[in-house]
Design a protein around this ligand. Sequence first.
Ligand code: PEP
Ligand code: MN
Length: 346
Amino acid sequence: MIIVLKPNLSKKQEAAVLKEIRKRGYHPHVMRGVARTVVGAIGDELTHKSLETLATVFPHEIESVLPIQKRYKLVSREAHPTDSTVKVRNHLIGGKKFHVMAGPCSVESEKQLMTTAVAVKEAGATILRGGAFKPRTSPYEFQGLGEKGLKLLAKARKETGLPVITELLSETQAEMVAEYTDIIQIGARNAQNFQLLIAAAKTGKPILLKRGLSMKVEEWLLAGEYVLAHENPNLMFCERGIRTFETYTRNTLDLTTIPIIKKESHCPIVIDPSQAAGRADLVASMCKGAVAMGADALLIEVHPNPAEALSDVAQQVSLEMFAKLMQELRPLIVAAGREYQTKEVA
Ligand code: PEP
Ligand code: MN
């Protein structure tokens, strides 16, 4: 159930409503928007007392009580009519400013990471990406540098000031990865690993949830629901292409998810053209399409020497290609009503 509160309630009035919700056996999630505050009441309506009578009990405090028919609740637009923003150090993702997260597929060495970090920052990226724990299809392929990679990411952040994003592969490493990173990436292969999602949510770090290779949008939204249901409101969805019959590209980038996620959810939507295309030559066009369609951010793989990369050789763009792409994106970002350079939160 969604309980829409009347504007300008005193703390005491709000507390009385929350107390009654708890008394009826539900867990209240308070979401404060600019214009109004709504409360998502989580609980099973079959086994608990109904909340429908709540508005008659609190006529001065409650505007309306709405049932949510959809299976996802906290990620839904109904629960939070305005766009939510995710604070990452001094950045807000999902706000006016358009963000570009860029960096290598895998952290390979200090030199490789630092060269990339400095170059992507110079070109206008706001967040540094880099995999330390890599989910590789074959056990014989490079698995990532592990904690050493996390340490290098932390070093790159210190030197450039760029916040970092890296993937979490295992529940047992959630706390360790959270110690180093600013955003936890949950990869496509783990998008429905619910225990991993819960462990990631519990760290309190912002979560970027990739869409699974064959995941329906509803399943993706429900996977995101796990994060919010575990008291972590800082969720971003990331479309990275789904598996289809097509072989010209590694995956098929589903850009329709931008308006769909915007309609169904308040959480930011990020587009990863790199895993989608699997080809560096297509990355720029896909980025442009994503900006035009209203994405909040991009996640792009960039490598100083793509041909010698230890993972995803074909899809990483060079430093030069990235700098050119960023120049080309600027007018499109502005045309889409976004900004690429603004002062952010302190
Ligand atoms: C990646 O970002 O390098 C990655 C492995 O992504 P995905 O989980 O989308 O395949
Ligand atoms: Mn990759």
